[in-house]
Ligand binder design. Structure first.
Ligand SMILES: Cc1cc2nc3c(=O)[nH]c(=O)nc-3n(C[C@H](O)[C@H](O)[C@H](O)COP(=O)(O)OP(=O)(O)OC[C@H]3O[C@@H](n4cnc5c(N)ncnc54)[C@H](O)[C@@H]3O)c2cc1C
Length: 397
């Protein structure tokens, strides 16, 4: 196996527990570097959602691909497995997240490594794989220390985000050399960059908003930063910024619990009172944000409702329900939690993770063209695809 990240550790446990001789080759001096950094070092290891709901969040074709893996290892089974490994979990229901009770990503990583080792898996560190090749007997893997031969080769070297953690996109070249199609890797779950001064002036403002780009939308916490936008909602739609050829507007629904009609009614009511309230006194939003919204709607920073014409009321509601934030790009792979793109899903048998036309080669985890939103979904995908690969690579022929 190549890669001792989330997927590699999980698969190593499955393979070793099935009695297979298991060697994990890892480029860095340790296992699970990204697991250690995950969830602000708390490790959001899976989701409270059911398997089908969780798979849906990856988009239609990825959901179809992931469903067998998520049914084979549903989120609840991930939690049960961690519990059996001595890592009880707890939930943060509002955002459907699951964490270890200890809030310790290290405990998660250690439990996975301990389980794999206890079943006989061996690890080779500081060995960056240079290439893989098909041989008559199976597969060979070229490493600085020489060549390793194996019957079954499991590749889980991740993507190219957070390259400091060891993931520099090495696997893509190996797959291309095998004439496999790699969907162009781009940064995902990444903060968004804006060059608009009014956006920077809102640094520190945070709220529960719905971010939209095209048909993609996600309601989650949203944060204005000195760079642009961050937080789960903007980051969840960031892949569309990465894939767009130029600047785009991200639309923010700043009051997702209020309909257009609610807001229009509120403004009309308040407008009936001469000398009545200013807009900032009417809406449950930070004053700085309301002032910016009014200006973006072409109004004075904080007018009285009474002073708004019908047209300006309409523009204000329109801006509150879809504030256009001009975005020039993302902060790139360096700050991306995951990589979108990777081995195209059509090349892989979704029930086994074996690569079509390449018997004995299994690809899973983030190296596949799969990206879920924030919320433990990406570990869920890494673990579930690793489970299938491990089970099938070790099954009796
Ligand atoms: C800061 C941060 C926080 C995150 N938080 C969460 C979270 O809370 N919940 C969640 O679900 N997801 C989270 N993610 C995403 C999650 O970490 C990844 O989706 C997941 O780790 C992917 O697992 P993987 O095993 O496929 O790849 P990785 O975990 O990236 O592992 C790949 C491994 O392969 C090794 N490798 C690479 N190239 C070679 C080579 N040439 N030879 C040998 N080994 C090699 C790497 O060193 C690495 O150890 C976070 C990501 C980041 C960056």
């Amino acid at each position: 196996m190549v890669g001792a990240g989330a997927a590699g550790l999980w698969a190593a446990g499955v393979c070793a527990a099935a009695g297979a001789r298991t060697l994990v080759i890892e480029k860095t001096p340790r296992t699970g570097t990204k697991v250690l950094a995950s969830g602000g070092t708390r490790c959001n290891l899976t989701t409270t959602l059911g398997p089908r709901e969780a798979a849906k969040l990856f988009g239609p074709s990825a959901a179809r691909f992931l469903t067998p893996a998520f049914l084979a290892l549903p989120p609840a089974a991930v939690r049960a497995r961690f519990h059996a490994l001595g890592v009880p979990t707890k939930t943060e229901e509002a955002l459907e997240k699951v964490f270890p009770v200890s809030d310790s990503a290290r405990q998660v990583r250690d439990a996975l490594e301990r389980h794999a080792r206890a079943n006989g898996a061996e690890f080779l560190f500081n060995q960056g794989v240079r290439g893989v090749r098909r041989t008559e007997a199976g597969w060979s893997v070229s490493i600085p220390a020489g060549t390793v031969h194996c019957d079954k080769l499991l590749l889980c070297v991740g993507g190219k985000s957070y390259p400091k953690t060891g993931t520099t996109g090495d696997g893509y070249a190996w797959l291309r050399a095998l004439k496999l199609h790699v969907v162009d890797p781009v940064p995902a779950l990444v903060p968004l960059v804006s060059s608009a001064a009014w956006v920077h002036e809102l640094t520190g403002v945070s709220l529960d908003a719905e971010a939209r780009i095209g048909t993609s939308r996600r309601r989650r916490p949203t944060l204005f930063t000195h760079v642009g936008l961050s937080g789960p909602a903007p980051m969840d739609v960031s892949v569309h910024v990465s894939r767009s050829s130029g600047p785009v507007d991200v639309l923010l629904d700043l009051l997702p619990d209020h309909t257009w009609e609610d807001l229009r009614g509120l403004l009309i009511d308040a407008a009936g009172r001469r000398g009545g309230p200013h807009i900032a006194g009417l809406l449950p939003l930070p004053r700085r944000l309301i002032e910016a919204v009014c200006v973006q709607a072409g109004l004075a920073p904080n007018p009285r409702a009474f002073d708004l014409s019908k047209a300006s009321r309409h523009r204000l509601v329109e801006t509150l329900k879809g504030l256009p934030v001009p975005i020039t790009g993302t902060t790139g792979f360096k700050k991306a939690e995951v990589t979108a793109g990777g081995l195209q899903l059509a090349s892989v048998d979704r029930k086994t993770m074996e690569v079509r036309g390449h018997a004995g080669l299994y690809v899973f985890g983030e190296l596949l063209d799969l990206t879920g939103p924030i919320g433990g979904l990406n570990f869920q995908a890494a673990f579930a695809t690793a489970e299938l690969a491990g089970r099938h690579a070790t099954r009796a022929e």
